[in-house]
Write a protein that binds this ligand. Structure first.
Ligand SMILES: *Cc1c(COP(=O)(O)O)cnc(C)c1O
Length: 400
């Protein structure tokens, strides 16, 4: 007889992250399948009328309808919650719908939000345009200095929202210091942990209240599906679940299953991609055609010490400014044969983007200047190809 903790192979807190990434959240069906089951069904059948009534009234826990309960989605939520050390995780249809669900659940008209100027371009639009229509007031803070955040706090400030490192200039925000600012003002700190993932950074352990994920990026890790998640305490989880049940931006079971399998290789991917990114950043830093490299793993990064304190490694995103402004940047992009010209990131296939005309094109010149996104800036999301091949591909457009 095997000395086994549970017939589900359900990993608990005693296991390391890599073990949880492979084992947590498995609840086997009557067939005792080894791999995670995919439940592609919109609704679930009840044994009788009384059971249906009990499920709907919450007197009996269980599945009802996949807009708010699906076993495959639940398995992903359980696994990701374990990796982030969160009480609950609620999966959403995309990263943007995770941010929307968080805002719609926790904020109301008249509330004030502090959002870092260096967040994902669409996040700026969501807070600055869409949520503003409903009376939410957002101040974009263009500094990672906690003193600047403290100064921007108002009595009605309810949420501080950051991404660290930021996209695309890899500015690092001190999670513990900003958590203290939030706490003092009676607000919550939300961290978009997309760039690092729990493989490299654990915001809740540093004092954050909420974690946002675009699972589209490193959690899937292979560029296949869209997904998102909100993680936090039990009350936040219940609120978000209620919002999804009513408003509907739910993660599909299929996408949940793909992301669940993606999580199994999260740590080894992030370790390998960070190692390659560092090597590429060091090479770019000494390249005569490059003015400046943004990568937290470089000793020359202005916040290198902070980054190494709160992150396990520098991550897979390397941004750099080439000489010659937009023309110089576009020449590098158009000379590549291997790197994919696409705005996505977090894939095993390396990608290259010109932020000022794509991902950050719609936020306007002023917001771009605030975020430090210049015309010569390029962002590379390093995948799993060899660094030698990546260097050769970039050299074509950087050389003369
Ligand atoms: C892509 C991205 C998002 C949005 O995620 P989607 O899944 O595309 O909706 C949010 N935050 C960051 C940091 C991102 O890179």
């Amino acid at each position: 007889m095997r000395d086994q903790k549970s017939p589900d192979d359900n990993a608990t807190d005693q296991y390391d992250l890599q073990t949880q990434a492979v084992r947590t959240g498995i609840h086997r069906s009557q067939f005792n399948e080894h791999s995670e089951a995919l439940y592609l069904t919109s609704s679930f059948v009840f044994d009788n009328a009384a059971q249906a009534a009990a499920r709907f009234s919450n007197a009996e826990p269980g599945v009802i309808y996949s807009r708010f309960t699906n076993p495959t989605v639940a398995a992903l939520q359980e696994r990701l919650a374990a990796l982030e050390g969160a009480e609950t995780c609620v999966a959403t249809a995309s990263g943007m719908s995770a941010i929307l669900a968080m805002a719609m659940t926790l904020l109301k008209s008249g509330d004030h939000v502090l959002c870092s100027a260096g967040v994902f371009g669409t996040t700026v639009q969501l807070f600055g345009n869409i949520l503003a229509k409903f009376g939410l007031v957002t101040t974009f803070v263009d500094s990672s200095d906690p003193a600047a955040w403290q100064k921007a706090m108002r009595p009605e400030t309810k949420l501080l929202f950051i991404e660290t490192p930021s996209n695309p200039t890899t500015e690092v925000y001190d999670i513990a210091a900003l958590a203290a600012v939030a706490k003092k003002g009676g607000a919550l700190l939300a961290v978009d942990n997309c760039f690092c993932t729990p493989a490299l950074q654990k915001p809740l352990e540093l004092g954050a209240d909420i974690i946002i994920h675009s699972a589209t990026k490193f959690l899937d890790g292979q560029g296949r599906v869209l997904g998102g998640a909100v993680l936090g305490d039990k009350a936040i989880g219940e609120g978000i679940t209620g919002f999804l049940r009513t408003a509907g931006p739910t993660l599909s079971a299929f996408n949940a299953w793909v992301i669940l399998k993606g999580l199994e290789t999260l740590q080894i991917r992030l370790d390998a991609q960070s190692k390659s990114a560092l090597e590429l950043a060091q090479w770019l830093e000494q390249h005569p055609a490059v003015d400046r490299v943004f990568y937290p793993g470089l000793a020359s990064h202005p916040q290198h010490a902070l980054a190494m304190r709160q992150q396990k490694a520098g991550g897979a995103i390397v941004s750099f400014e080439v000489k010659g402004g937009r023309a110089g940047a576009w020449r590098v992009i158009d000379s590549t044969r291997l790197l994919s010209i696409t705005a996505n990131l977090g894939d095993t296939k390396s990608t290259i983007t010109h932020p000022s005309t794509t991902t950050h094109g719609r936020i306007g010149e002023e917001a771009r200047a605030r975020a430090g996104i210049r015309e010569g800036l390029l962002r590379v999301a390093v995948g799993l190809e060899s660094v030698r091949d990546l260097k050769a591909d970039l050299e074509r457009g950087l050389g003369d």
